[in-house]
Design a protein around this ligand. Sequence first.
Ligand code: PHE
Length: 356
Amino acid sequence: MTDITTTAKELLEAGRARLAAAADLDRFVEAEREILGKKSALAALNSRLRDLTPEGRRVAGEAIKAARDALAEEAARLRSDLTERHRRDRLAAERMDLTELSSAPPGPVLDWSGRGTGHLHLVTSTRDELEDTFVAMGFTVAEGPEAETDRYNFEALNMPPDHPARGMWDTLYLHLGDPGQVLLRTHTSPVQVRLMESGQLPIYAVMPGRCYRRDTPDARHLPVFHQIEGLVVDRAITFGDLAGVIEAFTTAFFGPGMHSRLRPSFFPFTEPSAEFEVTCPICAGAGCRTCSNSGWIELGGCGMVDPNVFEAVGIDPEEYSGFAFGFGIDRLAQVRSSLSDMRALLDNDVRFLSQF
Ligand code: PHE
């Protein structure tokens, strides 16, 4: 009988070692069957019990059961460890390694499938950069629809029907609603009107977006282009604030040593109005072909919000004042990257786009 008890203990130790040695799930299942299965040495021990006295049978039976229970417990623990390890190995093997692609240099790097990696379009990344610059200056970003009504694009901006200033924007009209009432916005200024109408003051916002004009495409014009507009409405806002914001923006966006200046101009929705120019980013003000040797590049328009505009949107011009500015994002990208022809932005030729 001690004999059976000893054997059971030996089998327990051997079984433990055998289970622990199984390197993977398949070998583990095999080992488990050998040790605990019907044909195992442990099961064979049971058949020897019948030759023993009842007392000896009880003692030996308990020893066999103890060995079996211990092995079963050990097997369950190992099985769950191995299953987990197996699952992790499978996930690691199936994981797609994108590191090589994402660390690739910009440009049309082709992988074995012939697919390029791609990146944002120059105009999109310029817009993102502009937004980031203004957000860092405390502005929020607002958007509005590209199809607008006459009221938002013109009338509320101090241009009643037939006002000659409407001729500053060659407008594309849509066959929608009353004739001549729905159009593709010619600038982002209608978003100003929408923001002011919403009645939440003060306003410190920039409004980027796509605009449309009935222009024939040439080196410096696109019929579909992008503008970014800025609007500030608060108490006691002055022209000095406008000039200060434009100067702060110029330095933040173009870098130290870059400045801005204002020249008198006209827009129906601002009074007084100005054009703003920035140090030519190509020659840093020294004078070059791009800036016609002046050292300055005209970027956009700006001015103090006309009281008539405030009245059209229900803001009291006696209590509030504000300024607005706007400029072309594509134009800015053209100047900054020295593009001779803006139409290249629409050709979608990767050899061109991948340079930026
Ligand atoms: N919306 C004007 C344009 O398209 C630019 C502008 C914006 C001028 C805001 C003044 C103030 O030409």
